[in-house]
Design a protein around this ligand. Structure first.
Ligand code: G3H
Ligand code: ZN
Length: 330
């Protein structure tokens, strides 16, 4: 099935009062697991790749695989750049046929510190102009969400000011807004407090779909309530990694025992990569399916509407290249 844009999926979610999961892929198995979960749940979804992921694999390689999976997919999906940090990087992903992009203007390009409001607005407006020229929607963010891991150290996620949120959307023309209402990336230390009052105020002032970043570990009831308060895209990454690593750890434990037995009985140790990756992939399928059910997106793929819209990645990439050339020739 051809790729659709994220805003087509989110418009259908708005009409159907559910949330669309945005799941991060980093390799073949995680991409396959996300597609498999969506097929089994009949759930529209967003497959996203972060800019930093691509320090691990070449973008074109992973995207080629994802596009092959998309060709066979029978549920609508969008291909989204998550946390793009520079105009140039976002252009690369548009040229690869991404049907949705995030410019995370809240962080400096190296992800190690905040950008000022003006710097954020400037880079976000630049991306919006280029992406909209080829019909690709843009997600924006201001006020830093807590970043875990290679970026900012874990900590309190930034809380979004409702008035500033409206001003940011108005000024930049973004289509989707990432909001900070108490979530942070990665695992929470203890139970997170989700500021629903704040979310309702943002939703009342901002007329674009809202994104919950840091979806892992947010209590199901907070996610469901958030969906009734304007959250239409829920990002989920760490939970996929947890399911993968825990499955691998379990398999390695069992394999080590088998090696011991083989050594003791004079047998031969066995080495089969699939022995570890197959259960790990299955664990990721389960983790993603569970989220699709919590988001109430299961079963929504066959409802038609905006989901049946078509976006042709090859055409989008062609338009991106033409737009780039036109810019250079200006
Ligand atoms: O951009 C990706 C998400 O915000 C991931 O958050 O790893 O806490 O699920 P998470
Ligand atoms: Zn995020």
């Amino acid at each position: 099935m051809p790729l659709v844009t994220s805003t087509e999926l989110l418009a259908a979610a708005e009409a159907g009062n559910y949330g669309v999961g945005a799941f991060n892929a980093i390799n073949m198995e995680s991409a396959q697991a996300i597609f498999k979960a969506a097929e089994e749940e009949r759930a529209p979804f967003i497959l996203q790749v972060t800019q930093t992921t691509l320090g691990y694999t070449e973008p074109e390689e992973l995207v080629a695989l994802i596009k092959e999976l998309a060709k066979k997919s029978t549920v609508p999906m969008a291909l989204h750049l998550d946390h793009g940090r520079s105009f140039e990087k976002v252009m690369q992903f548009l040229a690869m046929g991404f049907t949705s992009v995030m410019i995370d203007g809240s962080l400096t390009e190296d992800g190690q510190g905040p950008r000022s409001w003006d710097e954020n607005v400037e880079v976000t407006c630049k991306v919006v102009e280029a992406a909209h020229a080829i019909g690709v929607p843009v997600e924006g963010e201001f006020g830093m969400l807590g970043q875990i891991g290679g970026d900012l150290k874990g900590g309190e996620g930034a809380l979004t000011d409702p008035d500033l949120a409206a001003k940011f959307v108005e000024t930049t023309g973004i289509d989707i807004l990432a909001v900070g209402v108490g979530t942070t990336h990665g695992l929470f230390k203890g139970k997170p407090y989700i500021d629903h009052e704040r979310l309702k105020q943002i939703d009342a002032k901002v007329k674009v779909p809202l994104v919950m970043h840091g979806g892992t570990g947010v209590p199901d009831e907070d996610v469901r309530q958030g969906i009734t308060e304007g959250i239409r895209k829920i990002n989920f990454d760490t939970g996929i990694r947890v399911s993968f690593i825990e499955a691998v750890a379990g398999e390695i434990h069992a394999i080590e025992k088998e090696w011991d037995d083989a050594d003791k009985s004079g047998g031969v140790r066995k080495y089969d990569i699939r022995r570890v990756l197959k259960p790990a992939r299955a664990a990721m399928v389960d983790a993603v399916r569970d989220r699709m059910r919590v988001f109430s997106s299961s079963g929504k793929a066959d409802l038609g509407g905006a989901c049946s819209a078509k976006a042709d990645p090859a055409k989008a990439a062609e338009r991106a290249r033409e737009a780039e050339v036109a810019k250079v020739l200006e």
